[in-house]
Design a protein around this ligand. Sequence first.
Ligand SMILES: [Fe+2]
Ligand SMILES: [Fe+2]
Length: 333
Amino acid sequence: MVHYVSQAPDELSKNMEVISQIEPVVNHAIEHILVDPRECWQPTDFLPDMSSENALEEVAALRKRSEGIPPEIISCLVGNMITEEALPSYQTFFNLLRGINEERDLVSDRAWVRWSRTWTAEENRHGDLLNKYLYLTGKADMREVEITIHNLIANGFDGKTDQDPYQAMIYTSFQERATKISHVNTGKLADGFGDNVLSRICKTIAGDEARHERAYKSFMSRIFEIDPDGAVMAFQKMMQKQITMPALLMDDAKSDNLFVRFSAITQKMGIYTTFDYANIIQHLTELWKVDKLTGLKDYAAKAQDYLCTLADRYRRIAERMKVPETVPCTWIK
Ligand SMILES: [Fe+2]
Ligand SMILES: [Fe+2]
């Protein structure tokens, strides 16, 4: 039996059809939003030049700069980095979406397949840079970090999108914005503790996430134009299932609630909070003008009502939430 879960087969075929219709928007994004590898930043631009005579001095300067960063922020940085390092799962996820790569050809010239490759190539720099930087600071327990990355990739990734390309575009629009927010906030904190290079690193990565966010939102905007009923339904489905952070499956039997602790610490440090979650919902509902959609079918009009009050409901939850006073740090020696 085909594994479509809650997606009716005719709805899924319609979504696949629409997804292939929006290839021109995807081509446009590849050309105008993604960057040339020779012209964009690369991880070494921010790292000591290990081929230079002064390599060890540069490393010493890096360690000096990062000295004042407290363990809570290192834990958050590690969590951000681990999330980026599970990129193999995200590319697999993307190519398994229905209508994206039906020919199962990773070197295809089709817009969606080219997008998935080029997006992955850009993302690959994020984990690479954060991993090398953290390693050089000497402030994290890198073997434990590596075990977590190992587990996370081995456990896989479930975006709960039912292989539906519409739901996946909602997920990615949301998630790119969420990662942008966490990198920006981590960068601000690093700056406050005296590491201006680390701050620049976080903000540069956030700049990439912002471009990716723009692209995914433009894909979803086009879906809203072509099929507002389907788009609003997908938005509601994803919000009901909730957007979980991609690094959810980082634990193994021996680790002690790593993901729960990582979420708690990002909440406590104000790096990514329930208020941010509410604000992202509000941003997306406004961007896609969900409240202005007219002529919707009954079921879609119900989804519209649900979505229009959702951000406020999350905001009320956020106001009532108690931020834990102490959260044990993870991945610190
Ligand atoms: Fe990233
Ligand atoms: Fe991203």
